[in-house]
Design a protein around this ligand. Sequence first.
Ligand SMILES: [Zn+2]
Length: 436
Amino acid sequence: MGILLAVGLPLGRYFAQQHTHPLNATEEYVQSRTENDPINIIVLVNHIVHDSLESKASDIHIEPWENYSGVRTRVNGILSELAILPLEYHEKICARIKVMANLASHEKDVPQDGKAALEGEEYAGVQLRVSVFPTVRGEKIVMRIFDPRARTFDMASLGFDAETLSRYTGILGKPNGLILLTGPTGSGKTTAIYASLGYLLEKYQNTLSIASVEDPVEQSLMWVNQSSLNPAREYTYIAALRSLLRQDPNVIMIGEIRDMETASIAVTAGMTGHLVISTLHSGSTSGVFARMINMGLEPFLLASTIIGVIGIRLVRLNCQYCLEPYTPEDYALHHLEVATSKEFVEEQLNNNRFLKGLGCEACHHTGFGGRGSVTELLPMSEAVRQAVLQKRPTREIQERAAESGMRTLWDNALQRVLEGKTTLEEIMRKIAADVV
Ligand SMILES: [Zn+2]
């Protein structure tokens, strides 16, 4: 009886307060229930997942708040509300999701992790990685969505500018050496690596032997021997790579270089006839060398093995359906003035070069539609190599790279802004903070 009485009035109030846009399927479903046709939790959870997939969300958060159960989704990196439900459904929703992920439904005070595959042809291949976390108000569930339909590992889809793309594919065509990708978590490094492997597969078909060691494997790739680490059984990057080198690979993908031993094996593999692609946590592309020298690697090994470093950031792209000229905020204009000149900024303003999405149905009133990467490709020119050999400071390596023709992250991001692809504030948020 509790469920029946909760529907109607209270929900109407929640929605009236929270939403100005049309209801999504979850809200419509909940609002249209009656005493004779009450909420079916299985259908409700299906609606939540369906709405999330529709909006191309990467994660679904279901949280026990003080007075209700909140459902939020992360779209283009930003959390936003999907639905607000009466608190009494919360436990039932959690129980349903735990059944989907084969978790122990009766356990409510310990963290649990599992996977759920969605039923139905339309969801073929879609997987949810379910994480249950006990909070003082009840369980919080986060589901990471793996939707193979939404992912393409096509180099063109990465949003590289034409010049960077052709230089990068040139580097990928080399038979040996080490390629490093840098960027913060969630910057699209893994997607870029998968796209790189996809490019090699397309170009060389099955004449190449490609192997990967990942923590864990995120997407399965045909023709790649992928292996997931298992630290509990001492199956670490080091153990995996030692064994892998005896497997006669041409190309080796290492999920992440975190320590001296992994770095050292990566460099050795790159020197001995393998093309190695990996990621390294570093604020900037030129900072990669100092980072690896600090790990204990010799500068001459780095100078002779590293063939390219890519810095990558994801930015939200303007919605194409509600694009309008606008005047960016003062702080952003001021920053741009310092980086360029007052005249430059005035000229862009006079020519309406700054554009943003005002918000429409197509972009769920966010002004943004999808994301694209902004990159910089640090070339291993002779000048850069010499600076690395002489252990010059990161700033100097950056300067030498710029003199050798490197278009910096900031240059590339600003170009995106002036093309109307994104906003000045967005690149300030994602790029200026750690680059300029
Ligand atoms: Zn729009």
